[in-house]
Design a protein around this ligand. Structure first.
Ligand code: OSB
Ligand code: MG
Length: 367
């Protein structure tokens, strides 16, 4: 394959509803869209999904831009690339900065799959033709949270994830279970607890939760193993899993019963698939995480979720949950709780050029 240019765009839009966790409230989302072009006019798309400040990962929109512009893009354009599976090795001297790597890797895999005329999910062995959709409720008002669950049920979402913290957890869960005793329910704590909260966390065992996502430190693997021994509910690790090595460590120590893979956070397709294969081998159920993203990242996630290890509905919701108008065509649509998987080449979705231009505040081309 021959890359002729790489374009970066800063893309920004307000969210339809605020996204609130105990760490941050997000009302507006900025990402970097990456376009990789070849000599035949083909274009592959990737999306870097850090936040504007480092509240969830250490990367930000600015650090990603810097890594792409000053290191990843020059290294890639100077290399005679024949296959995207060379990228991880090519970039191995650039430590971490997974979200920057993921976006550029996505764009080049999309371009490659389009050249080969194959849907990205299929390229990696994915066989699912529809993917179960899950929804995330991130609200600091219980009435609003209940309303969002109601809305989700109307669309048939197959799993409900509630953001919790020590101040709201039992009140939220009591009210939710009173209204909806049987829905598939889980919680995400985004590291709001510590090991001294074990007795408190044990109370959550009574709410028939599918799992508790990331109760302890964002960088912890050992304490989660200690906690898991004292809980009936499986722990799911999110923040702690930033690489294949992290996943291997968590499984060795039995720190969790479930893993969520966010392609962006582990550095792209190659790492995500490696973690997937490890979890399949060890019988650890997976689901695909989300980043309140635009359609390009959503489309990559959907393709990833077609792989057989993704047996639990993940955080892939409809475009319309967060956006007035998404940048892809068609948008991601949830109907009867599922998303139909496209079979067109690459990410399988087109780009709404006009909408993308409207949301682009800065654009630069590298050759
Ligand atoms: O912790 O899973 C998380 C979104 C941004 C940052 C962190 C997280 C999330 C989500 C996914 O919960 C929400 C979504 O994309 O629908
Ligand atoms: Mg999470």
């Amino acid at each position: 394959m021959k890359l002729t240019s790489i374009t970066l765009r800063l893309v920004k839009a307000p969210l339809k509803r605020p996204f609130t966790t105990h760490l941050e409230t997000v009302t507006e989302r900025e990402v970097i869209v990456v376009e990789a072009r070849d000599q035949d006019g083909g274009i592959g798309y990737g999306e870097a999904v850090p936040f504007s400040s480092p509240w969830y990962t250490e990367e930000t929109v600015k650090t990603c831009f810097h890594m792409l512009e000053d290191f990843l893009i020059p290294k890639t354009l100077a290399f005679d690339l024949t296959h995207p599976n060379q990228l991880a090795g090519l970039w191995s001297g650039i430590r971490r900065n997974a979200m920057a790597k993921s976006a550029l890797e996505q764009a080049i895999w999309d371009l490659y799959a389009k050249q080969e005329g194959i849907y990205l999910g299929k390229l990696f062995g994915g066989e699912r033709t529809e993917v179960d959709a899950g929804v995330v409720v991130a609200s600091d008002h219980i009435e609003d949270a209940l309303r969002q669950i109601e809305e989700g049920l109307a669309v048939g979402y197959r799993r409900y994830k509630i953001k919790i913290n020590p101040a709201n957890d039992t009140e939220y869960l009591t009210q939710i279970r009173r209204a909806y005793p049987d829905i598939p329910l889980m919680v995400d704590a985004n590291s709001a607890y510590s090991l001294s909260d074990v007795p408190h966390l044990q109370k959550l065992d009574d709410f028939q939760l599918m799992m508790i996502e990331q109760p302890l430190g964002h960088d912890d693997i050992v304490e989660h193993a200690i906690l898991q021994k004292q809980l009936r509910t499986p722990i799911c690790l999110d923040e702690s899993i930033n690489s294949y090595h992290d996943a291997k460590s968590a499984l060795m120590l039995k720190s969790c019963g479930v893993i969520t893979i966010k392609m962006a956070k582990v550095g792209g397709w190659s790492q995500a698939v490696k973690i997937h294969d490890l979890c399949v081998e060890q019988d650890i159920p997976l689901w695909c995480g989300g980043m309140i993203e635009f359609g390009i990242s959503r489309a990559h996630n959907l393709a990833l979720a077609t792989l057989k290890g993704f047996t639990i509905p993940g955080d892939i919701s409809s475009s319309s949950r967060y956006w007035e108008h998404d940048i892809i065509e068609p948008e991601v649509i949830v109907k009867n709780g599922v998303i139909k998987v496209p079979d067109k080449p690459g990410i399988g979705f087109g780009i709404r050029e006009k909408r993308l231009d409207e949301l682009t505040s800065y654009r630069i081309v590298y050759k």
